[in-house]
Design a protein around this ligand. Sequence first.
Ligand SMILES: [Zn+2]
Ligand SMILES: [Zn+2]
Length: 178
Amino acid sequence: MWAKNYLKTSKEHLQWAYFADEIMAINVPKSEEGVSLNLRINPLMQSWCTTTRKDGKGNPKFLQDMMGAIKRYNVCLEAITLTWEALQEMPIWYHEEANLRIRLLAKSRAALCLRNNHQIRTVGDTKDLAGKLTKRDHKRRAACQCGDCRAIRQHTGCEALYMCTNKASELLETLPEK
Ligand SMILES: [Zn+2]
Ligand SMILES: [Zn+2]
């Protein structure tokens, strides 16, 4: 029952499920410590994993059981996030289905700007930004003065918009084609 409720994603995600995410985000194996804590949103939707320690220093028992049940029944994410809308709401950083390149991209300088200035959190956010600069008068270079570039710069304080939009496209390229 825990597992079933936990798997309700995004909007239906219950309060305790967010709490569960937080606990699991804090309790990670050494190998995942390089993933910043504030990017560890949900271990099923992203590629980082929570600890499997059972010596009392890991996750509380009910969470261990829950994750065990999820693995045992081989619940794959596809089954939970069927709707297009839900896919857009998946965290982009360390996206579960992305190829490993996303781990490098997540640590780039542009990625910091994407997170801190552009507030990019989800797949949908990333698509919005990557798809924004496609108007005719936009030039693919740093000093572009088209209306969209100027607006985004003003709104976000981004100093390298060209790099950021490129990086957004690169992030999307790490996802499997759907
Ligand atoms: Zn432009
Ligand atoms: Zn930027």
